[in-house]
Design a protein around this ligand. Structure first.
Ligand code: SAM
Length: 377
């Protein structure tokens, strides 16, 4: 990527000039661990590897590396994904609760759109990191790669709109404790320091927090997420330490929402009633959480709305079979609403991605539901 950028100076001087106008954080990066690694691994390597010792000096290469790191977007169209820089999209500022969503066309063009209404005067933002990461991880990632401390509303509220997405449970850190309180950092800007229970005020060391989070992360990575029993076991075990909305729990709930009755289109018809209701509850909880912490995260909404519409349609089918047309009508209408929301959220997904196929299926299902409900186009 840096070599391609550097070669623009000859192949496309106008784009080279435009690239050089982008933020590199050259000075702030200088001397950091990342900068030292880039110097050894990129700036010194390129001239040797490409046998062009005098073509570019070290500072020029490191500046381009900085520009790529600060402005690059991961494009998930290929396996592995690629990185691209978009001149206009580079001007967008960051928020951990952005109001814009980012998608791509099959040709790799970026699509920036607003899933929800934006108030007059509200600033436009995208997320430079992952909205599904805890505050500590987001802050660290932004500081290390984009060289700034995020002061967005979400980062300044450790409860994250009372979802406790990054919090831990006090009881997990105290033997035989019945405390139902949540732990958060004593200093909201220091997620690696001491944590304190909001209810009983007990303090826990940063090292103890890191230890449990590391264990939970490793177990999450190692588990088979397509296995319902594995997901349930993980949630049961870690409910001692993690809040029900914690990043890792949410990760497992997203898997569960897809796995329950999701093996094939017929599978959902065979699951017991309580499992069907559990799928619906998981989807509704996820949507309520997304609405609070990431209302523009279109792909997460789209996938979960799809699962919810499927479960509600099945519920409606069972109500019809049980001779309860009134309940069936409400459930099918609700299913149609979720299918429509799924389509709206996945509308801009490129056909090479799975999300576009989910969107296409939601269209077919929405038409079937409309026919069932006697709704004309
Ligand atoms: C992709 S550039 C955005 C354009 C850049 N502000 C410029 O004028 O060229 C990313 C850089 O903008 C700044 N930035 C973007 N969003 C920010 C935010 N919410 N708070 C502080 N700095 C931010 C940071 O310096 C970050 O590394």
């Amino acid at each position: 990527m840096p070599v391609r950028c550097l070669l623009l100076a000859e192949s496309d001087p106008a784009r080279w000039e435009a690239l050089l106008k982008l933020e590199s954080h050259e000075e702030e990066r200088r001397g950091s661990e990342q900068w030292r690694n880039d110097r050894e691994g990129v700036a010194k390597l390129i001239p040797r590897f490409f046998k062009c010792e005098n073509k570019w000096d070290e500072d020029e290469i490191l500046r381009v590396v900085g520009i790529v790191q600060v402005n690059g977007h991961e494009v998930p169209l290929t396996e592995p994904s690629s990185v691209a820089i978009y001149n206009m999209a580079s001007m967008l500022e960051h928020s951990c609760r952005p109001n814009l969503s980012k998608s791509f066309t099959n040709r790799g063009e970026v699509v920036i759109w607003a899933p929800n209404a934006i108030r007059r005067g509200e600033r436009l933002s995208i997320c430079y990191t992952d909205v599904m990461w805890t505050t500590g991880n987001r802050l660290e990632h932004l500081q290390q790669t984009k060289m700034f401390r995020c002061e967005c509303e979400r980062c300044n509220d450790p409860t994250e709109y009372e979802t406790y997405f990054s919090a831990l449970r006090c009881s997990g850190f105290q033997k035989d404790s019945k405390c139902k309180g949540y732990l958060l950092p004593v200093d909201k800007s220091q997620w690696t320091g001491e944590w304190k229970c909001l209810r009983c005020s007990k303090e826990v060391t940063g090292a103890a927090v890191v230890q449990i989070l590391e264990r939970a992360r490793m177990d999450l990575e190692a588990m088979e997420k397509h296995r319902e029993d594995h997901c349930n076991k993980y949630m049961k075990h870690y409910s001692k330490w993690l809040t029900s909305n914690h990043q890792f729990m949410v990760d497992v709930k997203i898997s569960l929402s897809q796995v329950i009755g999701g093996n094939n289109p017929e599978a959902i018809k065979k699951i017991p009633y309580d499992k069907l209701m559990n799928k619906i509850k998981i989807c509704q909880d996820l949507i309520a959480l997304f609405e609070k912490i990431c209302p523009a995260e279109a792909r997460a909404f789209g996938a979960t709305r799809f699962e919810l519409h499927a479960a509600l349609a099945e519920l409606g089918r069972r109500s019809t079979e049980a001779n309860n047309p009134a309940a069936a009508a409400v459930q099918l209408e609700d299913s149609l609403y979720n299918a429509t929301e799924c389509i709206r959220m996945l509308l801009h997904e490129p056909s090479v991605l799975m999300e576009s196929k989910i969107c296409a299926q939601a269209r077919v299902n929405a038409n079937t539901l409309k026919a069932l409900l006697g709704i004309k186009e």
